[in-house]
Design a binder for this molecule. Structure first.
Ligand code: SAH
Length: 579
């Protein structure tokens, strides 16, 4: 829903002008670089059955901008009782009833009044009257700096001091506390914010960029902006973003003078932030390290560490280190959403986890899952909070996700293989009904055991196939039998999940017997145990031989169709091409 800008008028001319404004579609605060975050406003008229003072009180209470068409004196007297705080008051703009001058009266900076005045002046071909010194002189403005980064200004007396320094061209030191305030941590950072907009952080790590994407960039000396841009744009494209969505570029302090980086910062109006090596080395996360980089700049990684330092502890990597021609780029963000992720992590090995799954695990605060899976993730994500419940307590595990999310944490539930194939995706939707609220559930697919296993055995599922679980914990055995018979009847290749457990030792045997009612005991079959994990074992055999095999719950079994054959020790179900 768009917000309103209240238009107050007193004269006939004023009314005409007010109606002209109604035709103006909307006003977007420009500082929201990501379009989706732009705030849209529509103009609405003061309804005269409400007193002016009441209308004004409502606007101040709701933070709605006001446009007075009339004498500045009337506007000043009307709003006077409501003025409290330049960081909280809504912007008030005044224009004469001929539409010649548009004055930004209060909350010009932080509230956006100057932008509103300029916008209206452009629409009405009027003269914008801006009186805030930093704007007029094009100097660094700390309240806009804070607004753009969604930071709160704690020490308001400091604003005037910073502006005075900025106006006289002196370097500025800001203290930025960890943000968001919900999680106050007493680390204070000394930041050198220079007049050209470059920022140098010294001391402890704090989050200074709370929205949008940050690109951490490392580069060899003398890299041109074109060389850097090439990798930067490629990297952004990999996650479906473009450079207009970048909130900042982050690097190590010894690179802040690189012309290539400075040019990109200027060209796209993206702040360039630099950190010293001590700040960078304290950044936690799964970071790819390089001895060469460490010997050269004193810290083992620049791009990932700088990007993570900029987004702070709440953020995570969206794209790991990319390297090309002496340039490295990593992308990070600090997104807070109501999303609970259900992530398929693939069979176990890192290479078989999708990039999307890795982004999600990198950025969430809490990873929930069955202990065996969490163990597999420890090496890379061990610094995250990991929560589990014992096996067979899947429902509790789901509830745990909603409870953690309600505490304001971002949460991912992990499943092996694919999240929606004998995974937690469906139960998460079911449980979500117990937790009213605007939770989005985002299912992140993974490589399921049928496909990771079949690729090891050859190509056993390369035609129509069925996936059947032999577990009768949640499905009556009669149903399983029926499905086995139907699959055999249809001459499907079959992947059998949950083929056995300690309590169900003979289930595979029983399944083979049922299949052999219809299909040949010589049918080519196979299985893979511990796909993508330590101790992978494979076997190719006939259906009759499979019946005698003992398999465990970490095994996926493959039954061929009537065409399946063995080629060079691989199990192959042809598609039917004539060769
Ligand atoms: N969501 C998972 C399946 C969970 S059901 C997926 O999409 O892969 C559990 C069954 O999946 C196991 O009994 C086994 O048959 C199969 N499975 C899962 N991971 C496996 C692995 N790494 N190696 C072999 N089989 C696996």
């Amino acid at each position: 829903m768009s917000k309103e800008i209240k238009v107050i008028y007193f004269t006939d001319n004023g009314e005409k002008l007010a109606n002209e404004l109604l035709g103006v579609k909307g006003f977007s605060f420009e500082w929201e670089k990501d379009n989706s975050l732009k705030e849209e406003y529509v103009f609405s008229l003061w309804e005269k059955d409400q007193s002016l003072i009441d209308c004004c009180r409502d606007c101040f209470a709701q933070g709605l901008p006001m446009v007075f068409i009339g004498a500045a004196g009337i506007a000043v007297r009307t709003i006077a009782p409501f003025l409290k705080d330049k960081l909280k008051d809504p912007p008030v703009v005044v224009m004469d009833d001929k539409g010649l001058n548009v004055i930004s009266l209060v909350s010009g900076h932080y509230g956006g009044g100057n932008k509103l005045a300029v916008y209206l002046a452009e629409e009405l071909k009027a003269n914008p009257v801006i009186t805030t010194a930093t704007d007029i002189n094009g100097a660094f403005s700390v309240d806009v700096f804070a607004k753009e980064r969604h930071l709160d200004i704690i020490n308001r007396d400091g604003i005037a001091k910073v502006s005075t320094k900025a106006l006289s061209g002196k370097p500025i030191t800001l203290s930025i506390k960890d943000y968001p305030p919900k999680n106050p941590v007493d680390v204070v950072v000394e930041n050198q914010v220079k007049n050209d907009g470059t920022i140098n952080l010294k001391g402890e790590v704090a989050s200074i960029v709370n929205e949008g994407i940050v690109a951490g960039i490392g580069c060899k000396k003398g890299k041109t902006s074109e060389e850097i841009l090439e990798l930067l744009q490629n990297s952004l494209a990999k996650i479906g973003k473009d450079i207009s969505q970048l909130s900042a570029i982050a690097t190590i302090d010894i690179k802040e003078k690189e012309e290539g980086l400075k040019e990109i910062s200027k060209l796209y109006s993206i702040p360039l932030i630099s950190f010293d090596k001590d700040v960078l080395s304290k950044v936690e996360g799964s970071i790819s390290t390089s001895d060469f980089v460490k010997d050269t700049v004193g810290v083992d990684n620049v791009c990932e560490r700088a990007a993570l330092a900029a987004v702070g502890k709440e953020g995570g990597l969206l794209l790991e280190k990319q390297a090309m021609n002496g340039v490295t780029v990593a992308l990070a963000c600090n997104e807070r959403t109501n999303t609970i992720y259900v992530v398929g992590m693939g069979p176990g090995e890192e290479g078989k986890m999708t990039l999307e799954a890795r982004w999600v695990l990198n950025k969430v605060d809490v990873i929930v899952g069955y202990t065996v899976y969490l163990e597999l993730l420890k090496e890379k994500y061990g610094h995250k909070e990991m929560l589990s419940t014992p096996m067979k307590q899947e429902v509790d595990r789901c509830r745990m996700c909603f409870e953690e999310a309600a505490k304001g944490k971002s949460v991912a539930m992990v499943c092996s293989g694919d999240a929606g194939i004998y995974g937690m995706a469906s139960i998460m939707y079911e449980i979500s009904q117990e937790y009213p609220g605007s939770w989005d559930i985002d299912i992140v697919p993974g490589i399921t055991a049928a496909t990771s296993g079949s690729s090891i055995l050859g190509a056993p599922l390369n035609h129509d196939f069925c996936v059947i679980s032999l577990s009768d914990l949640l499905t009556p055995w009669e149903t399983i039998e029926k499905r086995l018979r139907a699959a055999a009847e249809g001459d499907f290749a079959i992947a059998l999940y949950n083929p056995s457990s300690k309590k169900r030792k003979d289930y595979l045997q029983r399944a083979c017997d049922i299949l052999m009612e219809k299909i040949s005991p010589e049918t080519c079959c196979g299985y893979v145990r511990n796909i993508g994990r330590e101790g992978t074992e494979t076997k190719i055999c006939t259906l009759k031989e499979l019946r005698a095999e003992e398999v465990d719950m970490f095994t996926t079994v493959f039954i061929g169709n009537t065409q399946t054959k063995i080629i060079n020790n691989k199990l192959v179900t042809p598609r039917g091409y004539r060769i």
